[in-house]
Ligand binder design. Structure first.
Ligand code: LFR
Length: 491
């Protein structure tokens, strides 16, 4: 009946948090210790992450733990994918890391495919082609003759870089490395020809480790600054999505998941990579799972759409998501749709204008009010989920019977209802802190407290209240799905 506490540092592309998890009698209780924004910093048109600020927020969280006299067993860090920090051979960071939203990688894949054809890159990695994948970021740095490129000793992905700042030990954790588009998903090692194409080799990466491996303990400098002891830092599933999927409260295998945050990641678990003409043409990805399985999924532009609009509305007066949903409930349904994944929504100067322009160009009514714009976003997302789920079912060798929506976006009951109606399938919503829970459960595994994924999922089910949404009005949603598809195809 002993209880064990762990600290999860979960960094998303808009905000970060430190969450304390305590496990007792197979129940996991979580408690937020620190929450902070993680803004992208624009310097002369380049977009960066503030590595030192993130480091300081982790120290602040440790200090808080210490002040509250909580004993933690270990700490683990997960972050968004693909971004990395370069280090020189003296072990010092060479430059602040770029954000994947930086536009300097636009067009980079097409240039790269002149060296290695697109299909070959996909077949080698199984990773969906996205301009910001680490492979194309590195290719861009090299091509631009970036001054740091010749002196790069090690490339560390975001969670590994932060763990290194805390411990002085360098590792490359498998799930986060899989997002780079430089790894072979069959033997789970770097692909030498892809590394060579960007002028690097395996020596430019720290040793590969699998999720749940201890990296080291806090350095003397961190201990002094935070007044803490020899706390181990664990390489959890460094990729946030991998941590979240691990904490999906599924009872059996016949499910799909939707990890809903800034991105909506929709997929299934697969024992083996699924790489074929169909997954290539649909641009599905095979990312590494925390238990060695494959996350066959697709990136869908998710809450980013509403987050960006909210920022604009807030220039006038502050507004909560609950208020936005309330407004959306009042307006005429099924009026205009967008393709959430159209390139015009990736990094627009004004999201509201981008949505209005899209509607204008596709001859639809132009949404004006907050409610109209939000409704357009939520209905379009629900239809996009249906579209991707239909493709997933073609690829899955089992019947998908339930959709688990996890992550912060799972708190939006309007969107959960829309999604269930659109897909004609039950939606189970929660937990909203799936990523932190997956992070904590992997630390618990490293500590020998839990054995495997099914036990972790049982703990999640014991620990949170889940809400089920059953489909309603499916005929009406089916009818409007065709309107959405027409618009989707037009642009
Ligand atoms: C979600 C996520 C996605 C990845 C995107 C960019 O937070 O990690 O899985 O494709 O961010 O890194």
């Amino acid at each position: 009946n002993e209880s064990f506490s762990f600290l999860a540092v979960d960094l998303g592309a808009t905000s970060g948090r430190a969450i304390l998890g305590t496990i007792k009698n197979d129940v996991l209780k979580i408690n937020e210790i620190n929450r902070f924004p993680n803004p992208i910093i624009d310097i002369n048109g380049y977009l960066y992450w503030d590595l030192l600020y993130l480091y300081r927020q982790i120290l602040k969280s440790l200090g808080e733990i210490n002040q509250q006299r909580i004993d933690i067993h270990s700490l683990g860090i997960d972050t968004w994918g693909v971004d990395f920090v370069c280090f020189g051979n003296d072990g010092e960071p060479l430059r602040m890391p770029y954000s994947y939203r930086d536009t300097h990688t636009f067009g980079a894949p097409e240039k790269f495919f002149k060296k290695i054809p697109k299909e070959e890159v996909y077949n080698k990695t199984g990773i969906q082609i996205m301009n910001f994948n680490s492979l194309f970021q590195l290719a861009t740095l090299k091509e631009r003759n970036s001054s740091i490129y010749p002196v790069i000793d090690k490339v560390l992905f975001m969670p590994d870089a932060l763990s290194y700042l805390l411990t002085g030990k360098m590792v490359t954790e498998y799930t986060i490395a899989s997002t780079s588009q430089m790894m072979n998903p069959y033997n789970k090692t770097f692909d030498a020809s892809l590394l060579e194409a960007v002028g690097l080799s395996e020596h430019n990466f720290a040793p590969l480790v699998f999720s749940g491996t201890p990296i080291g303990t806090l350095s003397d400098s961190v201990k002094q600054q935070t007044d803490t002891g020899n706390i181990p830092v664990i390489a959890v599933a460094g990729h946030d999505t991998a941590s979240a999927v691990l904490a999906t409260p599924a009872k059996n295998e016949n499910f799909a998941y939707l990890s809903s945050g800034t991105w909506s990641l929709m997929g299934i678990e697969s024992k083996k990579p699924v790489i074929n003409e169909e997954t290539f043409s649909l641009n599905f990805t095979n990312e590494g799972g925390a238990d060695g399985s494959i996350r066959l999924l697709k990136n869908i532009c998710g809450m980013w759409l509403i987050e960006q609009c909210k920022k604009e509305w807030e220039k006038e007066k502050s507004v909560t998501y609950a208020e936005i949903v309330k407004e959306a409930e009042k307006v005429q349904p099924f009026t205009s749709f967008i393709n959430p994944d159209a390139p015009c929504f990736a990094a627009p100067i004004s999201m509201i204008e981008a949505i209005q322009t899209y509607c204008k160009e596709t001859n639809q009514p132009i949404p004006q009010t907050m409610g109209e714009i939000a409704r357009c976003i939520y209905e379009s997302l629900a239809f996009r989920y249906k579209q991707v789920l239909t493709n997933l079912q073609k690829l899955a060798d089992f019947p998908i019977e339930t959709l688990h929506i996890i992550g912060g976006g799972s708190q939006n009951n309007m969107l959960n209802t829309f999604t269930s109606n659109a897909i004609g399938m039950p939606v189970i919503a929660g937990p909203s802190e799936a990523t932190a829970m997956g992070n904590i459960l992997l630390q618990a595994k490293a500590a020998g407290l839990v054995q495997d994924k099914s036990q972790m999922r049982e703990i999640v089910r014991n620990s949170v209240e889940l809400t089920t949404f059953t489909p309603n009005n499916t005929l009406l949603w089916d009818k409007h799905y065709y309107d959405y598809l027409k618009v989707y195809k037009e642009l």
